[in-house]
Write a protein that binds this ligand. Structure first.
Ligand code: PLP
Length: 406
């Protein structure tokens, strides 16, 4: 199927709204994506016609809701090519998935003095949970550096492994630089040292095919809302052999098999990690979103967005005094930049007045900002519904703001 952009845009009602009387140009997809009608309708439909708590009821609606929830797990499994639905744990999002992993893995399998290797371009959600663990357990963080183009230094990465290394955590696509990291290769390196790897796929899952078996990822995390799904739902993928070894994260209903005041036995995978009522309506929304992406074809999306990002890069480079951060050989659909001495916040605020939504600031990657020697950037991030006309509007907007400051 060739992408029909007009059809796709009409699937997203919000794209036809105006902001300050101007057509909305939504270029903040790295923060969250807009939702197609089919996702929103699936949520409304389920509330109106199926709603009942899952896994517990013998009655009709509960069974229907459970079927929907578990079929969503199967949709996720298929989308990332996991071996089994036992490997798909539903969470509230990428952040909770990483916290779950760090907490359970750290609790069971790390001791004082053990080390985790992270890249310099991690989002705070793949740094701070490890730091909290460091505070509790005395583990150490070691950091993979990058070159000035924003590519990780693989030779340096290799040197970071020591007998105390217990885990590697890498983002597949940087939310600031757009760098697509060679995670397959980096996983192979870690496995040569018998070390598992967690891949932060928050920025990759909407844009490129992610196959956990092909990557041989031990763990992989992402959020529904960044892939056209609802907020409040995410996924922790883990190889069954690893998840079996990890203790539960939170205690409560759903995650137990038997409870007495003396002793509790835990439920099987993946329910061991899913305490309490899950967001079963949200998981339906996530499955709908993944079906939507699959119907268009992730490879078509990747090719389209690649062309769009190339075009945007070329057009932005025409702007005097622009600095683009992130010039890796392989880039996703994210462009961070600064123009002359214009503060990123001023640029973002004035673009907003023209109806153009971009993100400004440190993008939850302050260690990376430190490495770049800046406080923040303006970030334009694209999705499957963005157009070249919108890029032109962005460039015209930047030029207009630049003139005001010159
Ligand atoms: N990791 C990366 C690379 C991200 O870009 C983000 C969000 O921007 C996150 C993690 C956190 O995602 P969430 O806020 O959905 O948990």
């Amino acid at each position: 199927m060739i992408m029909n952009l007009q059809q796709i845009r009409s699937d997203f009602p919000i794209l036809s709204r105006t902001v300050y009387g101007k057509p909305l140009v939504y270029l903040d997809n790295g923060a969250t994506t807009q939702k197609p009608r089919c996702v929103v309708e699936s949520i409304v439909d389920e509330y109106y016609s199926v709603n009942a708590n899952v896994h517990r009821g013998v009655h009709f609606l509960s069974q229907k809701a459970t079927e929907l929830h578990e079929s969503s797990r199967e949709t996720v499994r298929r989308f990332i090519n996991a071996r089994s639905t036992n490997e798909i744990v539903f969470t509230r999002g990428t952040t909770e998935s990483i916290n779950l992993l760090v907490s359970s893995f750290g609790e069971a399998l790390m001791q004082e003095g053990d080390e985790v290797i992270l890249s310099v371009m991690e989002h705070h959600s793949n740094i701070v949970p490890w730091q909290l663990l460091a505070g509790r357990k005395g583990i150490k963080l070691r950091v993979i550096p990058m070159n000035d183009r924003g590519e990780l230094l693989l030779d340096e990465y290799e040197k970071l492994f020591t007998p105390r290394t217990r885990m590697v955590g890498i983002t597949q696509i940087s939310n600031v630089l757009g760098t697509v990291n060679p995670v397959g290769e980096m996983i192979a390196t870690a496995h040569a040292h018998n070390i598992p790897v967690v891949i932060d796929a928050a920025q990759s899952i909407p844009h490129i095919a992610v196959d956990v078996q092909q990557l041989d990822a031990d763990f992989l995390v992402f959020s529904a809302h960044k892939v056209y799904g609802p907020t409040g739902v995410g996924v922790l993928y883990g190889k069954e052999t690893w998840l079996d070894r990890l203790p539960p994260y939170q205690g409560g209903g759903e995650m137990i098999r038997h409870v007495s005041f003396e002793h509790t036995t835990f439920n099987e995978l993946p329910f061991k990690f899913e305490a309490g009522t899950p967001d079963y309506i949200g998981t339906t929304g996530l499955a709908k979103a993944l079906d939507y992406v699959t119907a268009i074809g992730i490879d078509h999306i990747a090719a389209y967005e690649h062309g769009l990002t190339d075009y945007a890069t070329r057009r932005l480079q025409e702007i005097p005094h622009i600095r683009i951060f992130g010039e890796a050989a392989r880039k996703g659909s994210v462009i961070s930049f600064l123009v002359g001495n214009i503060h990123h916040f001023d640029m973002g605020t004035l673009l907003d007045r023209l109806g153009i939504a971009v993100r400004t600031g440190h993008h939850c990657a302050q260690p990376l900002m430190q490495r770049l020697g800046i406080e923040g950037t303006v970030r334009a991030s694209f999705a499957l519904y963005n157009t070249r006309e919108e890029i032109d509007a962005l460039v015209a907007g930047i030029e207009r703001v630049s003139k005001m400051f010159s």
